[in-house]
Design a binder for this molecule. Structure first.
Ligand code: FES
Length: 161
């Protein structure tokens, strides 16, 4: 887990990189999330202070965009599309399968910090549904069998690091 002092230092660097201007708030939040994989509270208070803006405005932006997460997320974020097209093609069964395989519910992270599970609305690739997005990679025509293969592959890659 990152130390609070490291979060403060890194956040100040990010704000400085963007010129400290209030209009760069979203870009600052994006970089914070990229650095920590979520938006730590300490980072939001530091950003608000450094950019000289109310903390409430920073939280407003952080909670408005679903791409931002205020909760710690795993190294790998699994997003199951629950849009209509994916829903009719079995997204709920896939969600069950991911929940059983990873032992977590949407919004949760595995104990080893390796995976987070989320559900999202249409990700714009309905023709290939059901879609599961793992980190930035789209996996179309997802099946139960593919779930085990994908999770196994990610676990193996992690072990090789
Ligand atoms: S509903 Fe899943 S990609 Fe559109």
């Amino acid at each position: 887990m990152t130390k609070a002092s490291d979060i403060v230092v890194k956040t100040k660097q990010i704000v400085k990189k963007h010129g400290g201007d209030k209009s760069s708030l979203i870009a600052v939040l994006q970089d914070i999330q990229e650095a920590f994989n979520y938006l730590p509270k300490q980072a939001l208070t530091t950003a608000a202070k450094t950019m000289n803006m109310p903390l409430s405005r920073v939280y407003e932006a952080a909670t408005f965009y679903t791409a931002f997460s205020l909760k710690p997320r795993g190294e790998n974020v699994v997003r199951i599309c629950k849009g209509t097209a994916c829903h009719v093609r079995g997204a709920s069964a896939l969600q069950d399968k991911f929940e059983r395989t990873l032992g977590i519910k949407p919004g949760e992270m595995t104990h080893d910090g390796k995976f987070s599970l989320e559900t999202v609305n249409c990700v714009g690739a309905c023709a290939l549904g059901p879609i599961v997005v793992i980190n930035t990679e789209y996996h179309g025509q997802m099946t139960m069998n593919k779930v085990d293969k994908l999770i196994g592959k990610i676990n193996e890659e992690g072990a090789q690091r």
